[in-house]
Design a protein around this ligand. Structure first.
Ligand code: APR
Ligand code: ZN
Length: 246
């Protein structure tokens, strides 16, 4: 495992920007999307993950989402999240751009987190725009199975980006700015298949920065990586933090 080479790159190019995907949370018990056991291997993303599907039948999408909400709220940050927070405190990581909606980076102690696909922190009512915190949505889910707006009765929508939706205002701009200025972009646990986020590694490389990838299995940008480690996010990032910080 080439952790030494990665540590040298992180030290030389400090502070790096980190881009994470679902692969950084699988060791917390949250399935990813595109590995053989991933969600989209069992469910059709257009039937459950698109905004059209939600608008057409919000109750059906919530029947898919409710068990995921439970998994997301019971999950704990794993060694990968904790290592990234440790590296940020040591000034080696400037920010984490995450595609994940599970709040685990923040719960692990990372401060600069850019959630480009939104999060389960709040849900919004499509009927009257009221916004509700996770705790209240979980209560509504518990009582009714489908969270309805207490004010107007519409079915709430989680504030996560569904296929066919725009990304949260400002998040992608901030992520692009970070990637453009990064001397090193470290990608962890993402197949890099979903745009516009999958375009971030090119922003870094085209601006003269380096790309490093830690991922189980291939990604679409492996050929552009200065360092590429095919390994578990938890194991590699914990070893990286130990190598750099002792
Ligand atoms: N350590 C390292 N890599 C892992 C681990 C692990 N423990 N577990 C899984 N992986 C790898 C998988 O092999 C896969 O290549 O992480 C990658 C996860 O890729 P995806 O499942 O495509 O997840 P992600 O890249 O985050 O998907 C992007 O797609 O469906 C949308 O909105 C959803 O944010 C998501 C976006
Ligand atoms: Zn409402």
């Amino acid at each position: 495992m080439d952790v030494r080479a990665l540590a040298a790159l992180v030290r030389e190019r400090r502070p790096c920007v980190v881009l994470t995907g679902a692969g950084v949370s699988t060791e917390s018990g949250i399935p990813d999307f595109r590995s053989p056991s991933g969600l989209w291997a069992q469910f059709d993303p257009l039937e459950y993950g698109s905004v059209e599907a939600f608008r057409a039948d919000p109750e059906k999408v919530w029947r898919f989402y409710a068990p995921r909400f439970a998994t997301l709220t019971e999950a704990e940050p794993n060694a990968a999240h904790l290592a990234l927070a440790r590296l940020e405190r040591a000034g080696l990581v400037e920010a984490v751009v995450t595609q994940n909606i599970d709040l685990l980076h923040e719960r692990a102690g990372s401060r600069e987190v850019v959630e480009v696909h939104g999060s389960i922190r709040t849900s919004t009512c499509p009927g009257c725009d009221a916004r509700y915190p996770l705790a209240q949505v979980l209560e509504l889910l518990g009582d009714q199975g489908v969270p309805r707006c207490p004010a107007c009765g519409s079915v709430l929508k989680p504030d996560v980006v569904f296929f066919g939706e725009l990304l949260p205002e400002g998040a992608m701009e901030r992520a692009t700015e970070l990637a453009r200025r990064a001397a090193l972009l470290l990608v962890v646990g993402s197949a890099l298949e979903v745009y516009p986020v999958a375009g971030l590694p090119l922003e870094t490389v085209d601006a003269g920065g380096d790309l490093a990838i830690v991922n189980l299995g291939p990604t679409a940008f492996d050929s552009r990586a200065t360092v590429r480690i095919d390994g578990s996010a938890g194991e590699v990032l914990a070893a990286l933090a130990d190598e750099l910080l002792g």
